[in-house]
Design a protein around this ligand. Structure first.
Ligand code: NAD
Length: 312
């Protein structure tokens, strides 16, 4: 079996570093803080909001919860952002989407102070990322890089620079929040980077590309998209996908819980059990990229805090 990368341990190490940096800032009288902006009550966004509040508490940071009702106007949302921009206790602002239909994503995102844009949504910060000089590389894509950097040092005994340069990296997924920024981060490290997406699959070309990958990063949101036929023997696989699926018995029927409802579980986009023996290394789901993502967001908030206090 290939190495199952212990992303939970990586998340814990990062948290230790975050706590140390927090203490150093507190010694200077500075407390980092994150504000979330959730418009309405989308279930997924509410879950994420709760997580951000929890990890702010764990780190002893300030947390600001902006949760206006769904019928608020776009102008009023932008006023909230301006208030957060002006608040010195808010180091980073995290808009939690989806917004209601009458509120434009870009209008809100463009109003965020670029020095508080900790998940790299603003076009200015995306532009810097594309140019290879990101201030706030977005959390999930930088979690992918952090995991691979640590894997390279620990298991391949090479510096990340040598790990990426010229490596055949294939990214499956081209969303603005995961696939594209992962590809930029890989290109910035001089990996030979191929991006596949739903149209690659529709043309029947997915396997042709993924089979050639030394490093395969999958972020499609499609359970079992990647099985043994799509992976090269000895590849390193990072599975970003998070999917809820029904638990099935050996006959393929849903397993029911005590209330008679189908039981569900969380899986990635890669058929982990079928692929794990042929790869050099793989990240699991759950307990994979997600365990590192929140920490990378906190690292960005720390950086934002330092920039705002003239410490960087
Ligand atoms: P998205 O829906 O915005 O984008 C999906 C991408 O996958 C698109 O580029 C699409 O073209 C591609 N795709 C869809 N079907 C495909 C197919 N059959 N073949 C090839 N490509 C296909 O999703 P997203 O926001 O980029 O998130 C992707 C996945 O990552 C989701 O499962 C999401 O839950 C997960 N995610 C995980 C974390 C984390 O911290 N682990 C963070 C963000 C997102």
């Amino acid at each position: 079996m290939g190495i199952v990368i212990d992303c939970v341990a990586i998340g814990e190490e990062l948290m230790k570093e975050i706590l140390e940096e927090t203490e150093a800032l507190k010694a200077k009288g500075i407390v980092p803080g994150i504000a979330t902006l959730l418009v309405g009550d989308d279930f997924g966004a509410k879950m994420y909001r709760g997580q951000v509040e929890k990890f702010c508490q764990e780190a002893g940071w300030n947390y600001f919860n902006e949760n206006p009702p769904a019928d608020i106007t776009e102008a009023e949302v932008i006023e909230i952002v301006k208030k957060l921009n002006a608040n010195p206790e808010v180091s980073g602002i995290l808009p939690l989407r989806p917004f209601p239909e009458h509120i434009s994503d870009s209008a809100v995102i463009n109003s965020i102070d670029v020095n508080k844009d900790i998940d790299c949504f603003h076009p200015f910060n995306m532009g810097k990322l594309a140019l290879g000089e990101p201030t706030f590389p977005p959390a999930t894509p930088s979690a992918v890089i952090e995991i691979l950097d640590r894997y390279a040092r620990q298991y391949e005994n090479v510096e990340p620079k040598d790990f990426y340069e010229g490596a055949e990296v294939v990214v499956v997924g081209h969303s603005n929040i995961v696939g594209k920024p992962v590809a930029f981060l890989m290109l910035n490290r001089n990996a030979t980077t191929t991006v596949c997406h739903v149209f690659t699959s529709m043309k029947g070309n997915l396997e042709k590309h993924t089979k050639g990958a030394d490093v395969l990063v999958v972020a499609a949101g499609k359970p079992d998209l990647i099985g043994p036929d799509q992976v090269k023997e000895g590849a390193i696989v990072v599975d970003v996908g998070i999917n809820r699926v029904k638990v099935l018995d050996e006959n393929g029927n849903p397993v029911l819980n005590e209330k008679g409802k189908p039981m569900t579980k969380t899986v990635g986009d890669v058929s982990f059990d079928k692929v794990k023996d042929m790869v050099k290394a793989i990240t699991p789901v759950p307990g994979g990229v997600g365990a590192v993502t929140n920490r990378m967001l906190m690292k960005n908030a720390l950086r934002a805090c330092k920039i705002q206090h003239g410490l960087e």
